[in-house]
Design a protein around this ligand. Structure first.
Ligand code: NAI
Ligand code: MG
Length: 354
């Protein structure tokens, strides 16, 4: 199966982690029926400095005509905030990528790196945040004046319905027995519409139990009993915030993958972290979040749970042998970005050969 994958390496540590994820694509290409053609689609701050745009037309054309996009991270500390990063919103909005899928899983090997005490980790952390990705405050309706600024939190019935349906279907596909909706319906009108639609749609999924939790209470539940959650569906702003909180529970921001998805269309896969200027160029960034984004790509865009599973197992195996600095262990060798990528690639090669 031939697939064209657009590659946006981006800024800061983006190119470093994307390089390691490409090794994984190469191995999948070598040892399975998949055949990947990689096409570069530059975007971000460095590109802005050269061409005066953060997303050249040609790059967007390449992305639109690909089967999926593998994306690093954008942002440079010497540019005003948003100069590079707005390219991400252009891609999300331009391709109508309404699902932001953010699985958060604590690998057994990393239990000691979780900042929670053992009793709070309980039976473990394995939840997925399904974040609405095109509406709400990020629709960018508003104004900035000298003495006043506003953003409008706009949600439509169509926007709520499609993301909530996706969450229930995701739960069903993954054998989850509960979907949690996070909102602020005690204060916000868009949350009241959201909650009504959540309850209406839940009636079509009688095998799945549901619960509603307010965003502020959810933030404490997430550190008090993260093992309680399976699929969590929420709006754009809340989803952005809780997914960074959740990501740290699994050891490092560098561990968490994400998909920006419109089922059946070109979708974008990226680690949830940014360009990490504090560690960029030092060869110490953790490539696992980006490698697990390839896992998500295999599962969600290319319909291959088997290969997704093999990548997951390869990461799990690798974490027993070596770690990057952000998740380092006294007993194991601390590895560079490249060494960690090679270790996972070798584990995957071994599994796919077998
Ligand atoms: P960040 O996610 O880049 O970094 C936060 C902290 O996590 C830093 O201490 C960093 O060293 C650490 N970290 C991040 N990725 C890591 C990895 N792979 N391995 C080990 N440690 C890692 O967030 P920050 O500093 O707020 O933003 C930096 C730039 O990235 C900004 O320009 C921001 O706008 C941009 N950004 C871009 C995103 C994207 O491209 N999707 C997402 C988030 C931020
Ligand atoms: Mg974020």
């Amino acid at each position: 199966m031939k697939k064209v994958i657009a590659i946006t390496r981006g800024d800061g540590c983006g190119p470093e982690v994307v390089n390691e994820a490409i090794k994984i694509l190469q191995i999948v290409s070598d040892f399975t029926d998949f055949d990947f053609e990689l096409v570069e689609a530059p975007a971000g701050g460095e590109v802005w400095k050269k061409y005066g745009t953060n997303l050249p037309e040609k790059s967007f054309e390449i992305i639109k005509s690909s089967n999926a996009l593998l994306f690093g991270a954008l942002g440079l500390p010497d540019l005003p905030p948003g100069t590079a990063e707005s390219a991400i919103l252009k891609i999300r909005q331009g391709l109508d990528l309404y699902v932001n899928l953010r699985p958060v899983k604590l690998y057994n090997a990393l239990r000691e790196r979780c900042p929670l005490k053992d009793e709070f980790i309980g039976e473990g952390i394995d939840l997925t945040i399904v974040r609405e990705n095109t509406e709400g405050l990020y629709k960018n309706i508003g104004s900035l004046e000298e003495d006043k600024a506003e953003n409008i939190m706009l949600y439509t019935r169509e926007g709520c319905e499609r993301i909530i349906k996706y969450a229930f279907e995701y739960a069903k596909r993954n054998g989850h027995s509960k979907v949690t909706s996070v909102d602020k319906a005690n204060i916000l009108k868009p949350s009241q519409l959201w909650r009504k639609i959540f309850h209406d749609i839940s009636k079509d999924y009688s095998n799945i139990t549901t619960e509603d939790i307010y965003i502020d209470a959810f933030c404490q539940w997430l550190i008090r009993a993260p093992y309680k959650f399976q699929t969590v569906v929420t709006g754009n702003m809340f989803g952005d915030i809780i997914s960074d909180e959740a990501a740290y529970l699994i050891g490092s921001l560098g561990m968490a993958p994400s998909g920006n998805i419109h089922p059946g269309r070109v979708s974008m896969y990226e680690p949830i972290h940014g360009s990490a200027p504090d560690i960029a160029g030092k060869g110490i960034a953790n490539p696992v979040g980006t490698i697990l984004s390839v896992k998500l790509m295999m599962e969600e865009s290319f319909n291959s749970r088997e290969i997704g599973n093999e990548i997951d197992k390869a990461v799990e195996d690798a974490l027993q042998d070596g770690r990057t600095k952000d998740i380092k262990s006294r007993e194991l060798k601390t590895l560079s970005t490249i060494e960690m990528g090679d270790l996972i690639a070798n584990k995957l090669k071994g599994r796919l050969k077998a």
